[in-house]
Design a binder for this molecule. Structure first.
Ligand code: 6PG
Length: 236
């Protein structure tokens, strides 16, 4: 898998992210008439997505998916959908029917995961091939809501799943699974802060790593790491 790495202050990383999205969207729309992007929550959403408001993208042909969602209503403070909407989606001409949120408010998360699996297949094919996936990283190396050693890392038969034992609150969540992340055409990994330095070093330097970040980036996608100087501080 070809890997690119940029270490810079977060403002510059946001610029680079916008360039990557612009070029991936241009290629996807020219080749297939549409561009699919799946986004994380947390600092990746807060720091990178606002820059997309000024990006040169034909938003009418873009499908937005989420890599994970907390089991909260869509207007809750910690809803990943709410954050993406407020900093980006509400500010660009994205058609409402192309914004595919995970229904974290559903009491039956198994049904919500099955419904989202169908959405992912309808948008990105079966098996799904999302054009660009934006992954944040936890200090433990989790991506999406796939946590180290968790049973969901062994789920390869469906694109979306649910859990009620996430170590990062809230415990109830929906997430895309590894086959979807590894099947993406392009992956952007964003990490900022010294708490991420160890897992960045392990994922990039240890071919045997079983961290979710390492597993999610082992497909044939083009992977771009966007790291602030603290997150990159333990790279050789
Ligand atoms: C979530 C995220 C999650 C996030 C990481 C990193 O909803 O919790 O999608 O996977 O990207 O936990 O979060 P930070 O970048 O805020 O540390």
């Amino acid at each position: 898998m070809p890997t690119a790495l940029q270490t810079a202050p977060i403002e510059q990383l946001a610029e680079r992210f916008a360039r990557v999205v612009e070029s991936a969207a241009r290629v996807a729309i020219a080749d297939r008439g549409a561009f699919s992007i799946a986004v994380s929550g947390g600092s990746a959403a807060e720091r990178l997505l606002p820059r997309l408001v000024r990006a040169a993208v034909d938003w009418r042909r873009v499908d937005v998916l989420w890599v994970d969602e907390r089991a909260v209503p869509p207007d809750a403070e910690d809803s990943n959908y709410r954050v993406a909407r407020s900093v980006w989606i509400d500010r660009v001409p994205l058609p409402v029917d192309r914004v595919h949120r995970m229904r974290g408010e559903e009491p039956d998360l198994e049904a919500a995961a099955a419904a989202y699996a169908a959405v992912v297949k309808a948008v990105a094919g079966d098996p799904p091939r999302i054009d660009l996936v934006l992954l944040g990283v936890g200090p433990d190396g989790h991506v999406a809501s796939l946590f180290p050693g968790h049973r969901l890392l062994r789920v390869w038969d469906r694109p979306a799943a649910w859990l009620d034992d996430a170590p990062k609150p809230p415990p109830r969540r929906l997430t895309l699974t590894l086959p979807v992340l590894t099947g993406a055409r392009r992956v952007v990994v964003f990490a900022a802060g010294a708490t991420k330095a160890d897992v960045i070093r392990e994922s990039l330097g240890d071919g045997e790593s079983e961290l979710p970040l390492a597993l999610a980036t082992m497909g044939d996608a083009q992977v771009t790491y966007l790291l602030d100087p603290d997150a990159a501080s333990k790279l050789a």
